[in-house]
Design a protein around this ligand. Structure first.
Ligand code: URA
Length: 198
């Protein structure tokens, strides 16, 4: 961030983020998982944090949950060229445990700056951890998934994490409903996402 002009750039953000050692996860990472996708996307997805595959490859959602996420996107005619994907924490928590508050706090500046640079119209919190971290600390994903709210000109929603859908397929119809609403919101608020296909 240039303090004099108060402007930011992807180059500067990525460079400072890649050197981050603000929390202990920086010591144990193999790769820092910065984010991927379209930096001008109207829709941004925010997950929890890298797992084993993501830590190896440096790209978010490339393991089994990522494959399901790609399928979920395809159901509503989206793919990684149309969305930007990031996580609450950029380094893998050991043994895939939930990221701790201290780790999410240490990492939040990077995500905030990514959101400001992308300027999405819609943000989907992928899973309980992102929903609690970004929407409300006491959010209950089973009750509040698919509920939309507007904040600072952005539409926000939390839905089930694909890992949760892999563990418990009975949640899939609810996740499907959330996707249908997401598609409608995209059509109503940023039709260019779909128009660019034509
Ligand atoms: N789960 C997440 O929340 N993010 C990833 O990048 C991979 C798995």
């Amino acid at each position: 961030m240039d303090e004099r002009t108060n402007t930011d750039s992807w180059e500067e953000l990525e460079h400072s983020c890649r050197g981050c050692m603000r929390c202990p996860l920086g010591q144990s990472r193999n790769s820092l998982v910065f984010g991927t996708g379209n930096r001008h996307a109207r829709v941004m997805l925010i997950g929890e944090g890298p797992g084993e595959q993501e830590d190896k490859q440096g790209v978010p959602f490339v393991g089994p949950a990522g494959q399901l996420l790609d399928t979920m996107l395809a159901i509503i005619d989206l793919d990684r060229t149309k969305v930007y994907i990031a996580n609450m924490v950029k380094c893998r928590p050991p043994h895939n445990r939930d990221p701790e508050q201290l780790e999410m706090d240490a990492c939040s500046e990077w995500l905030d700056r990514q959101i400001k640079l992308v300027q999405p119209k819609i943000i989907v919190c992928v899973g309980r951890i992102a929903g609690k971290g970004l929407l409300r600390a006491d959010l209950r994903i089973t009750r509040e998934h698919g509920t939309w709210q507007e904040r600072q000109g952005i539409l926000w929603m939390a839905t089930f994490h694909p890992s949760a859908l892999l563990r418990d397929p009975s949640k899939r119809p609810d996740a499907f409903e959330d996707l249908m609403v997401l598609r409608t919101l995209i059509r109503d608020n940023c039709p260019e996402v779909y128009d660019s296909d034509e």
